[in-house]
Design a protein around this ligand. Structure first.
Ligand code: GLC
Length: 574
């Protein structure tokens, strides 16, 4: 690194890692609840808000600052609720607006903020707006909410060559017409036309509806996708080194439908809406955008507050790659005066204990299935524990996906008949989809459905993997050596020492080529060495000899001055 922006990471020169006038979110630990798989209060096999309310104490005990709720809005559930049919209500599957209000009130009473998911790139095809567009005549403003264009070749071919992220063409012909509508995802998810001011007005109202109900912010789905290139030109893919075209949905692709400059104006508009409310309401970008300098444009001072750091997530179990991701993140964050974020898994990715247990992690939508080489979960879970010390040791904000705190692996044995992700059908099975990361949470080892629903409740919407029973919450709660206790301890120490707002610097021992990541986090009251050995061989840490450990990734992680392979520690330096 040679740029000025790299200076904060120079060895031995700690620099503040969060902006000078910090917001609550800058060091927040945010827990992602995927409601349909968190807890089922009414026994219908699908999680709901009542179930979430019943389990709120778990989140309080864990010690997080906020929850992010994946969609619970009325929806045909074709893409697990990311196909919204009404933006200002709760699907009866998940409960009611009263349940939602109760959840916000009880979370706030417990000091936990609540972020909801906003899906502005597309609606469900069952949304009344799209239904009206379908029957409207050409020239009717009802059609202008969506991207509807005449086909080529007299209407027989789609308007351009764009392909859907879920596979197949990104256009579907309107019934009985030469016109086609755009869907970057599934055909049941038509894209809205954000060049139309009416769409802006609708979403301003939607934001206000939830802000008025007391939400603390929004996770913005496909935040990089709303604005499409002028004239909807064909996509001309760049070529990989192998000569293969880079898929248009890849974060690095110069895509005519992702990361267009015009998208930022929308977030400036939303920033003004949020800032008119008391408290610090936040916007979080789900933007699969690279490089980091492009990603951090979403969190410039007058735009959003946070962007998910998928560069960190995708770096995997690779010390040089992780070191680059960490350095690049601090540099890009400093450039725009934003706080960094860190994330290891979510409902779209293969769960990281499984990713870390295979030699070559597959792309997320590809998944891992029964016919694939199975992850080494002893190794993967050991690495996941060490990675938790890296993620939660880094200053900034950190995301935990429900189940990370149990070290849950992916369900890699799902039969084809159980798969629900539209990716599976759209790709004709070439991609297994994301169901393996979405199985219902194991609350108690010996209860029916691992305690996910009511005792006499129905089958869970996705089968639970056998291996999750020994990892159930109740078992881990009783075991002080468990991953759950590790997470609670890390969050407590991080909070007590203020590490989330500490200053970051690489430690002189840092040597990614040997597999060692070593950095210090300096706060007003403490200096902590975070050391992670990503290699298989033990590494000596002379500076830490004779010092106690604040945290270790496992009982055998640390032996007086020597850090075991695939292990990490937090050591106090002052
Ligand atoms: C986001 C969501 C994903 C969904 C897609 C389309 O990437 O996280 O689950 O399928 O958007 O809305």
């Amino acid at each position: 690194m040679t740029t000025d922006a790299a200076r904060p990471q120079e060895r031995g020169r700690p620099q503040p890692s969060v902006p000078p006038s910090p917001r609550w979110s800058d060091d927040a630990v945010i827990y992602q609840i995927y409601p349909r798989s968190f807890a089922d209060g009414d026994g219908d096999g699908v999680g709901d808000l009542r179930g979430t309310l019943d389990r709120l104490s778990h989140i309080v005990d864990l010690g997080v600052d906020a929850i992010w709720l994946s969609p619970f809005y009325p929806s045909p559930q074709n893409d697990a609720g990311y196909d919204v049919a009404d933006y200002v209500d709760v699907d009866p599957l998940f409960g009611s607006l009263d349940d939602f209000d109760e959840l916000v009130a009880r979370a706030h009473d417990a000091g936990i903020r609540v972020i909801v998911d906003l899906v502005p790139n597309h609606t469900s095809s069952t949304h009344p707006w799209f239904q009206a567009a379908l029957t409207a005549e050409a020239g009717d403003p009802a059609r202008d909410l969506y991207v509807i264009r005449p086909g080529r070749e007299g209407g027989d071919a789609p308007p351009n060559n764009w392909t859907s992220v879920f596979g197949g063409p990104a256009w579907t012909r309107l019934p009985g017409s030469d016109d086609w509508y755009l869907h970057i995802f599934d055909p049941t998810q038509p894209d809205l036309d954000w060049s139309n001011p009416a769409v802006h007005e609708e979403f301003a109202d939607i934001l206000r509806f939830w802000l008025d109900r007391g939400v603390d912010g929004f996770r913005v789905d496909v935040a990089h996708g709303l604005v499409k290139a002028e004239g909807l030109p064909d996509h001309v893919p760049a070529l990989e080194a192998s000569g293969e075209p880079v898929p248009s949905s890849s974060p690095t692709a110069a895509s005519p439908f992702f990361d267009q400059d015009g998208v930022h104006e929308i977030y400036r508009e939303w920033r003004r809406i949020l800032d008119a409310y008391p408290g610090e309401r936040i916007l979080v970008a789900e933007a699969w955008v690279e490089p980091l300098e492009r990603l951090f444009r979403y969190v410039r001072a007058d735009e959003m507050d946070q962007a998910f750091n998928f560069t960190f997530l995708m770096a995997g179990w690779d010390a040089p790659g992780l070191a680059r991701a960490i350095e690049g993140t601090f540099a890009a964050a400093a450039e725009v005066g934003a706080a960094p974020t860190w994330v290891l898994s979510n409902h779209d990715t293969v769960r990281h204990p499984s990713r870390f247990g295979v030699a070559e992690p597959p792309p997320h939508q590809r998944g891992i299935g029964p016919d694939d080489p199975q992850p080494d979960l002893t190794l993967g879970r050991r690495r996941a524990s060490a990675m938790a010390l890296i993620e939660l040791g880094l200053p900034g904000s950190a995301y935990i996906y429900q189940g990370d705190e149990l070290g849950l692996p992916e369900h890699t044995q799902l039969p084809a008949s159980a798969r629900r992700d539209p990716v599976y059908a759209r790709s004709r099975g070439a991609e297994l989809g994301r169901d393996g990361a979405r199985t219902p949470y194991p609350w108690s080892a010996s209860a029916p459905h691992l305690g996910f629903g009511t005792p006499a409740g129905e089958e869970t919407w996705l089968p639970q993997p056998k291996g999750h029973s020994v990892l159930a919450h109740d078992i881990q709660n009783d075991d002080p050596e468990s991953q759950l206790h590790l997470y609670r301890g890390l969050l407590r120490t991080r909070r007590e020492l203020g590490m989330g707002r500490g200053a970051f610097a690489w430690h002189p021992l840092h040597d990614p080529r040997r597999g060692l990541l070593a950095f210090t986090v300096t706060t007003e009251t403490a200096a902590v060495l975070v050391a992670a050995n990503l290699s298989e061989v033990p590494i000596a840490l002379p500076e830490a000899v004779g010092r106690p450990t604040l945290a270790a990734s496992g009982p055998a992680a640390w032996d007086e001055g020597t850090l075991s392979g695939e292990s990490a520690v937090w050591v106090p330096l002052a």
